[in-house]
Design a protein around this ligand. Structure first.
Ligand SMILES: Cc1cc2nc3c(=O)[nH]c(=O)nc-3n(C[C@H](O)[C@H](O)[C@H](O)COP(=O)(O)O)c2cc1C
Length: 213
């Protein structure tokens, strides 16, 4: 465990040296990578303990680029657990709270105004993060924060083939982000097949352009 954490600890130590004590440093850490033999929740809690005093904010997430659980969980877990359906890593956040005083943030699944405020008001979390709704629902953000829009939903891209779902969701949103970065309008009418291939083709195009340059 200590060996696996060394890289992360050195990054944090060096970063702290560069930014000084007054600058807030946050870390996004997996609760688990959901891989057989991979990083487990118990190990993640061990890392949290080790980080005590090194960071100012801990953000909890989960999964890897091979297994994008954050993109798929609201379908699977909402059936049996509405709370989990809205905030995937909230149970793990409680475990972190029980062993650490570090200010805590969770990203993944938050959508409704009432639930977001509930977890902040009752102290379960200090901050919460939202990603996909902010990409495709930009026009509703102000209304959501004001409490006028009760739910900030996100578009869900599904192919119907389990092995391609995370690639489709990732490809769809990556394309929207690339377009927003260029000042272009969103392109919401992407087909599931095109979405699931988008990132591969995008990376291929980039690699070719680099080689030809
Ligand atoms: C296109 C795209 C790219 C992402 N890239 C990263 C990344 O590089 N690192 C990371 O920690 N999370 C990344 N995420 C995950 C988000 O930060 C977030 O944890 C996830 O989308 C769940 O939150 P949400 O349900 O509010 O969308 C990415 C998400 C999207 C849609």
């Amino acid at each position: 465990m200590e060996n696996r954490c060394r890289f992360l600890k050195r990054i944090l130590q060096q970063s702290r040296k560069l930014v000084g004590l007054d600058f807030p440093m946050a870390l996004k850490l997996n609760s688990s990578d959901f891989q057989r033999g991979g990083f487990s929740e118990e190990e993640s809690l061990g890392v949290v303990k080790m980080l005590d005093g090194h960071i100012d904010l801990l953000e909890i997430s989960g999964g890897t680029y091979e297994k994008m659980v954050v993109f798929l969980m609201n379908d699977e877990s909402s059936k049996d657990n509405a709370r989990k359906g809205e905030a995937y890593f909230i149970d793990f956040a409680h475990r972190v709270r029980s062993i650490s005083n570090v200010p805590l943030m969770v990203t993944g699944g938050f959508r409704s105004f009432t639930f977001c405020n509930q977890v902040l008001e009752n102290g379960e979390l200090d901050l919460l993060g939202m990603a996909r709704p902010f990409i495709t629902n930009g026009n509703d953000i102000k209304g959501f924060i004001a409490g006028e829009v009760p739910k900030l939903k996100n578009l869900v891209m599904r192919t119907g083939i389990k092995q391609f779902e995370d690639a489709a969701e990732g490809g769809f949103y990556a394309r929207q982000l690339l377009r927003l970065a260029k000042g272009k309008e969103l392109k919401l009418n992407m087909s599931p097949t095109w979405s699931s291939n988008f990132l591969i083709l995008h990376e291929l195009k980039k690699a070719l352009a680099k080689k030809l340059a």
